[in-house]
Design a protein around this ligand. Sequence first.
Ligand SMILES: [Zn+2]
Length: 208
Amino acid sequence: MTAETPVEETEDTVGDPGRVLVVVDVQRDFCEGGSLAVAGGRAVAAGISALLAGPHGYAAVVATRDHHIDPGSHFSSEPDFVSSWPRHCEVGTPGVELVDELTFRSFDAVFDKGEYAAAYSGFEGRSAAGEDLAGWLRSRGHRAVDVCGIATDHCVRATALDAAAAGFVTTVLLDLTAAVSAERAAETLLELAAAGVAVEDRSTTEAS
Ligand SMILES: [Zn+2]
């Protein structure tokens, strides 16, 4: 190979309109003061807002929301905080709303999930127009997603794993996520790596 070898356009680059940011479940109930508060949730919301306040370079920004009506055993009065939870993000309550610190609201689409069953992945959600996230991305030619939000070890995890499984080039912005359990978050990083998901942590790269 010579240095003159041109960069060939491949299926991966032709017509790719760019990377999409997926903001997962940055809702009042998942932040401090909410019914299923995750420590650091409000700081994550502020960090995402700061990222999106400047020239962020994303081709599109979408959000997902936990959007429960009657999700069955997902809710429990004696939750184990692994597969059952206190009531949260119920449609018609303030807790379902995006948290105030998330000042960016110009989402290109919002995907609601979990109306009648647990749904950790944003890829299980639907937009107001009835589209699912994979279809929405593909129909616009997007091939790469960055995932941030709450919680690292649950909905961010599931959304990133589904994105990779669906063939999207996937990166988790770790410092723009908050975890329920540090132990599970550590396991999640191994799972993401095994699935080919990149993990970017700007808090450590800036500090070093
Ligand atoms: Zn839920």
